[in-house]
Design a protein around this ligand. Sequence first.
Ligand code: CP
Length: 306
Amino acid sequence: MLGIKNLQPTDIALILETADRFKEVINRPIKKVPSLRDITIANVFFENSTRTRLSFELAERRLSADVLNFAAAQSSVKKGETLLDTVNNILAMKVDMIVIRHASPGVPHFLSQRINAAIVNAGDGTHEHPTQALLDAYSIKEKLGRIQGVKVAIIGDISHSRVALSNIYALQKLGAEVMVCGPKTLLPKHIDTLGVKVETDVRKALAWCDVANVLRIQLERQQGKYFPSLREYTLYFGINKALLDELDKEIVIMHPGPINRGIELSSDVADSHHSIILQQVENGVAVRMAVLYLLAEKLNPLQKLS
Ligand code: CP
């Protein structure tokens, strides 16, 4: 699972259908199934994470896998060990699957050509975050009953967002219409090649869409000055209740987290009935269980999900 770009719509549909079955499992009193017993998975995180790391770990434990957690900040990476040496040393401990997050775009693809283990991309720099896009698609389908024909506006820092790119690929493959909205300086130069609508007026984007997926300004990935100040960004692109009250319809508000409250999204919207932000987090566990289960099925014949 290196990215969404090369998946077929039928692959995505299979993952979402499998996630439905796991959502039912994790809402039972006994939330665990033996499907990945005897499979060992290492969560290898070279970047900070709350939702992705914890939900992968929970998904692995719910599937009865053995779990190793590696955080680069507390590791021998700090003593100069290379990425490939680090991963090969983890694999030498008889690990079957690697879930990896890294600041450099392409790291999961680089590893896939050099190691013999299943790899799940948990976010590679500004490139892709496939399981986030899958859980976002799952959450839209759960909320609206369909993805085909739904209008989704992705609003914020599109240039530096792996969530934006994976969402564009996933939503288009599932038949949604996608718009990106943000300051021109935060739209990638190649945006015209992605087949999305482009808007720089947030009011027009909100008036057009059924779903607004609001993104954080990725200050940690920005090397230049893309707008004069955060206060001005909020003034022109922040989503608040006054903007939603101007609409003559209800829209769904999503955010992959972490939210910078009061910058891209006001608290009265993040915590309102419009928001499905915590449902996205809940669905992340079921979707990641589905991804791990389907990948592990390729490693070994598994016990049937029950
Ligand atoms: N959505 C997301 O990737 O959040 P984390 O950085 O906390 O994992």
